[in-house]
Ligand binder design. Structure first.
Ligand code: ATP
Ligand code: MG
Length: 654
């Protein structure tokens, strides 16, 4: 049942009926306090975005705010700017000695880069790239761990107008090779290795393998990170040490005045639904969009310490570690490792140590913390926190409340932010000083953003009806295409509904106009004519005290067409035996209704996830329907799905 949006959804999604108003103290100090901002933006969206563009530096002014010939937008055409200049040089007068990046390595080493330091390093690396023959328009691939050289390399690329393509360090040689070939990268920037749970990831060795099959790559620049902990080979003439090149690089570098539509980067999507796409982002609009949304959604002030826990290999890290916060002159934390090393309290220790004020993480991480138990955050002083955010998947109300209570101590608003690699910036999210929060809802489109829920024919549906989430007006950071594949761009996003961008997600709106994301439309299940969002059943399961995480899929059923199968992981200390299956089935019936009763429940210690932490339901469907597994290259741990397949077949056969 591919690509069907829920026509009917279930009241019981609102499992958690509590509402949370912005605390008075928060509201009074918020960046956005006046609700009229929505109307002002809707009346004159172009004027609204232009007012934010004017807060940034342009070498020459734009001629128009927007040229829109569907499906191609040009924002601020005629204008010349540079996003690295705006993220660094623009702050030097007032913030040269202010911390830009507070970095913590997994082994516990620390490094603080002020705006002055970061500017200097970026200028030097821009000169290194130029000396290696990188010209405006040449693509540079970056395959680094979460170390300061990663944002430095990206900003150096942006400074000279060389589009970067960052490949997450957890990807294999093969995935790296495919992405470099698609982008035709001229230079690859990597490290000897990176730390992960006390072990060294063999990044340079992966690069050696990948570059064998990537003929466009002329040079590999290698950061020394793991040092003696890993042995690597340096190929004469091709491979160069970062520190040697930097030692000889001149300090002075003028940022290139680039056309607003100059290609800033290519980033491949997570591949949750299929083969990753090379999403294209350009300079001016992306800059304005990430600048403004960072300010509003994270309510950033000069004295704040912001921490986005994403990896820079994903769009969240691009927009809300590298570009948005630095465009705002913020101080941010960057961490190399995992949340459970050396122990399961590492995140909370980091928050306590650096007095983090605003935390942005993912539902998958929150569910993991729930599974580990509240004693880990309880070990630390989290009183510096004043705002919490999530992104990546719908957040189950249960996880929302846990985050709110155990991390935010009922003091911090939670902003559930909906967006995509393609959108470049957050589009649907609360404004923390204005919006009454409903756990599980991303609430409303941001000022200037027009979203709608439509049926198969592209008509807006009524409250609570459920359908396809679409965007009906261009926004500054929107993708400009899929690299090298204009047809797929047109087909994937602009063909299903005339004049609308199709997100691929299902959603519904409630009577107050709040948006509830229901998951991807191809994950929706049709049980005897009732369309049920996977997220609704998963939330009902997670609502049970024993359940840590659940993934739900549709399986073929003779009578009902489809039935529900659930894969469930239990919280620590719970056992799958006894009447656990019946108890959980009953719990779903109580929460949603008999129509959502799972036909099968399989307990598992892990669920198959992408390397960005999203559940890959398409692989679970392959397992349940006895098919050969689809593309598994973006899985975090391929053994999980293999083991699950074997167990599923055993249990189905018994
Ligand atoms: P691919 O497009 O390759 O299958 P992907 O969609 O997982 O991969 P991303 O662009 O990283 O790649 O993720 C965007 C998607 O994540 C959204 O379309 C949506 O399904 C989900 N998502 C992100 N944030 C939220 C949120 N706050 N609430 C609900 N869903 C979200
Ligand atoms: Mg997607």
């Amino acid at each position: 049942m591919a690509d069907r949006a829920p026509e009917r959804t279930i009241e019981a999604l609102l499992l958690e009926a509590r509402r949370f108003d912005p605390p008075e103290a928060f509201r009074r100090q918020a960046v956005l306090q006046d609700p009229r901002v929505y109307d002002q933006a809707a009346k004159d969206p172009e004027g609204f975005w232009a007012s934010y563009a004017r807060e940034l530096h342009w070498f020459s002014p734009w001629e128009r705010v927007l040229d829109w010939t569907l499906p191609y937008a040009k924002w601020f055409p005629g204008g010349r700017t540079n996003i690295a200049y705006n993220a660094l040089d623009r702050h030097l007068a007032a913030r040269r000695t202010k911390a830009a990046i507070i970095w913590e390595g997994e082994p516990g080493d620390e490094r603080v880069l002020t705006y002055g330091d970061l500017h200097r390093e970026v200028c030097k690396f821009a000169n290194v790239l130029k000396r290696l023959g990188v010209r405006t328009g040449d693509r540079v691939a970056i395959y680094l761990p979460m170390i300061p050289e990663l944002p430095i390399a990206m900003l150096a690329c942006a400074r000279i107008g060389a589009p970067h393509t960052v490949v997450f360090g957890g990807f294999s040689a093969e995935s790296l090779r495919d992405r470099m070939n698609d982008a035709k990268a001229k230079v690859l920037v990597t490290a000897d290795g990176g730390w992960r749970r006390g072990k060294v990831l063999p990044l340079k060795r992966n690069c050696d393998e990948a570059v064998e099959g990537a003929p466009s790559v002329e040079h590999v620049v290698v950061v020394r990170r793991a040092g003696d902990a890993i042995k690597i080979d340096m190929r004469e003439g091709r491979d160069l040490w970062w520190h040697r090149l930097m030692a000889e690089a001149p300090l002075a570098n003028e940022a290139e005045p680039l056309e607003s539509e100059h290609l800033l980067y290519i980033l491949y999507t997570s591949g949750t639904t299929g083969k990753p796409k090379g999403i294209v982002h350009t300079t001016g609009g992306y800059m304005v969009g990430t600048y403004a949304t960072t300010k509003w959604v994270f309510d950033l002030k000069d004295e704040d310490v912001f921490w986005c826990t994403a990896d820079i290999g994903w769009v969240t890290g691009h927009s809300y570690i590298v570009y948005g916060p630095l465009l705002n002159g913020a101080t941010e934390v960057m961490y190399e490792g995992t949340p459970d090393f050396p122990d399961k309290d590492r995140f909370w220790a980091i928050i306590e140590k650096y007095r983090v004020n605003v935390l942005y993480t993912a539902p998958t991480a929150i569910r993991t913390f729930m599974k580990w138990g509240p004693e880990f955050p309880a070990r630390h002083d989290l009183s510096s926190l004043r705002l919490l955010g999530t992104v990546g998947e719908p957040i189950n109300p249960e996880a929302w409340i846990w985050y709110y209570e155990h991390i935010g101590k009922k003091r911090c608003p939670v902003v559930d932010t909906w967006w995509q690699t393609e959108t470049g910036m957050i589009l649907i999210s609360p404004l923390p000083g204005l919006t009454t929060l409903k756990p599980g809802s991303a609430t409303r489109p941001l000022p200037g953003i027009a979203a709608e829920v439509v049926n198969e024919r592209g008509q807006a549906v009524g409250a609570k009806e459920g359908g396809y989430l679409v965007l009906t007006r261009p926004w500054p950071a929107m993708l400009r295409g899929i690299y090298g594949d204009p047809e797929r761009y047109q087909d994937q996003y602009w063909s299903r509904f005339p004049n609308m961008y199709f997100t691929g997600d299902g959603a519904k709106r409630d009577e107050e106009g709040y948006f509830w994301l229901l998951g991807r439309v191809d994950d929706v299940i049709n049980v005897a004519g009732h369309r049920i969002g996977t997220y609704e059943v998963e939330s009902a399961l997670v609502d049970h005290p024993s359940v840590a995480e659940a993934a739900v899929i549709g399986i073929e059923h003779d009578v009902k067409g489809q039935a529900i199968a659930a894969f469930v992981t239990l919280k620590e200390g719970n056992k799958p035996g006894g009447d656990a299956v019946d108890t959980l089935k009953q719990h779903v019936v109580k929460k949603i209704g008999a129509l959502a009763r799972p036909e099968q429940i399989l307990f598992t210690s892990e669920l198959p996830k992408t390397r960005s932490g999203k559940i890959m339901r398409r692989l679970l469907r392959d397992i349940a329907e006895g098919r050969v597994l689809g593309d598994t290259t973006t899985l975090a741990d391929p053994t999980v799905v293999e083991a699950l397949k074997t167990r599923y077949e055993e249990e189905a056969g018994s």
